[in-house]
Design a protein around this ligand. Structure first.
Ligand code: MN
Length: 132
């Protein structure tokens, strides 16, 4: 996208977006690309592209907003509350707010997912719900 779109739209290939390593606190062997965010003028949602390398891991965490995830390639395991799910290409995942979640790449290649989040917390309370 050479020129800003006159309507504020953004149309690009994901590889044109900066790939940033996530912090060690967040995970290992993992990068994030912020495809769409508030910086683009998107008022409600952000879309991120994660690449979790072989043996990569995103540490257990929780927050008062949901995730809507689509697995683009590779295979991994996601823990949501007490349950573990194996998810490969074509799977989608809804992680509700305030539930502890964690991700592991269990495949041989990169595990790549699209993960959308709201720009602002979507629920008031931030109490992890462990038993689900
Ligand atoms: Mn999360």
């Amino acid at each position: 996208m050479d020129k800003p779109d006159p309507c504020g739209a953004k149309v690009m290939h994901y590889t044109e977006v900066d790939e940033e390593k996530v912090s060690e606190k967040m995970g290992t062997r993992t990068t994030i690309r912020w495809l769409i965010s508030e910086k683009d003028g998107a008022p409600t949602y952000a879309m991120r592209y994660f690449r979790i390398g072989p043996n990569g891991h995103i540490n257990a965490h929780n927050h008062p907003w949901e995730h809507e995830i689509f697995v683009v390639k590779g295979e991994g395991v996601v823990r949501i509350g007490e349950k573990h799910y194996t998810v490969g290409e074509g799977y989608f995942i809804y992680v509700p707010p305030n539930i502890v979640h964690e991700y592991w790449n269990t495949g041989l290649g990169p595990w790549e997912i699209i993960c959308t989040i709201p720009n602002k917390p979507s629920v008031q309370e931030d109490k992890p719900i462990e038993k689900c």
